[in-house]
Design a protein. Structure first.
Length: 77
Protein backbone atom coordinates (compact mmCIF):
# COMPACT_ATOMS: atom_id res chain seq x y z
CA UNK A 1 0.00 0.00 0.00
CA UNK A 2 2.90 2.35 0.72
CA UNK A 3 4.18 2.02 -2.84
CA UNK A 4 0.78 3.16 -4.17
CA UNK A 5 0.97 6.40 -2.18
CA UNK A 6 4.55 6.99 -3.30
CA UNK A 7 3.55 6.55 -6.95
CA UNK A 8 0.47 8.75 -6.43
CA UNK A 9 2.65 11.56 -5.11
CA UNK A 10 5.20 11.15 -7.90
CA UNK A 11 2.75 10.90 -10.80
CA UNK A 12 0.26 13.57 -9.65
CA UNK A 13 2.81 15.87 -7.97
CA UNK A 14 0.75 15.89 -4.77
CA UNK A 15 2.00 15.87 -1.20
CA UNK A 16 1.35 12.85 1.00
CA UNK A 17 1.58 12.35 4.74
CA UNK A 18 4.07 9.68 5.83
CA UNK A 19 4.90 8.24 9.23
CA UNK A 20 8.62 7.50 9.37
CA UNK A 21 10.84 5.74 11.88
CA UNK A 22 13.89 7.94 12.46
CA UNK A 23 16.39 7.39 15.28
CA UNK A 24 13.96 5.09 17.07
CA UNK A 25 11.10 7.59 17.02
CA UNK A 26 7.98 7.81 14.89
CA UNK A 27 7.79 11.10 12.98
CA UNK A 28 4.93 12.31 10.79
CA UNK A 29 5.98 14.37 7.75
CA UNK A 30 4.24 15.82 4.72
CA UNK A 31 6.38 15.22 1.67
CA UNK A 32 6.41 15.30 -2.12
CA UNK A 33 8.01 12.33 -3.88
CA UNK A 34 10.27 13.46 -6.74
CA UNK A 35 11.89 10.10 -7.65
CA UNK A 36 11.67 6.42 -6.77
CA UNK A 37 14.75 4.18 -6.88
CA UNK A 38 14.88 1.61 -9.69
CA UNK A 39 14.95 -1.25 -7.18
CA UNK A 40 12.16 0.47 -5.19
CA UNK A 41 14.23 0.27 -1.98
CA UNK A 42 13.93 4.01 -1.39
CA UNK A 43 12.82 7.32 -2.80
CA UNK A 44 13.82 10.97 -3.00
CA UNK A 45 11.43 13.47 -1.45
CA UNK A 46 11.08 17.18 -0.92
CA UNK A 47 9.97 18.39 2.51
CA UNK A 48 8.01 21.62 2.98
CA UNK A 49 10.20 24.57 3.89
CA UNK A 50 13.39 22.89 2.72
CA UNK A 51 15.16 23.52 -0.56
CA UNK A 52 17.20 20.35 -0.48
CA UNK A 53 15.77 16.95 -1.40
CA UNK A 54 16.38 13.98 0.89
CA UNK A 55 16.59 10.23 0.28
CA UNK A 56 14.38 8.00 2.42
CA UNK A 57 14.58 4.22 2.65
CA UNK A 58 11.26 2.40 2.20
CA UNK A 59 12.12 0.36 5.32
CA UNK A 60 11.78 3.58 7.36
CA UNK A 61 8.22 4.26 6.15
CA UNK A 62 5.60 2.81 8.48
CA UNK A 63 2.48 4.11 6.72
CA UNK A 64 1.26 6.76 4.28
CA UNK A 65 -1.96 8.68 3.74
CA UNK A 66 -3.34 11.54 1.71
CA UNK A 67 -2.15 14.94 2.92
CA UNK A 68 -4.67 17.21 4.59
CA UNK A 69 -7.20 18.56 2.11
CA UNK A 70 -6.49 15.87 -0.52
CA UNK A 71 -9.20 13.27 -1.00
CA UNK A 72 -7.31 11.32 -3.66
CA UNK A 73 -9.92 12.03 -6.29
CA UNK A 74 -8.95 11.72 -9.92
CA UNK A 75 -9.31 14.82 -12.01
CA UNK A 76 -12.18 14.91 -14.51
CA UNK A 77 -11.11 15.40 -18.12
Amino acid sequence: MIDRFLRYSLEREKKICAVLMQDGQMIRKNLLVVAIDENEAGFTAKLPGRKREIHISCEDVLTCAYARGDQGELEQL
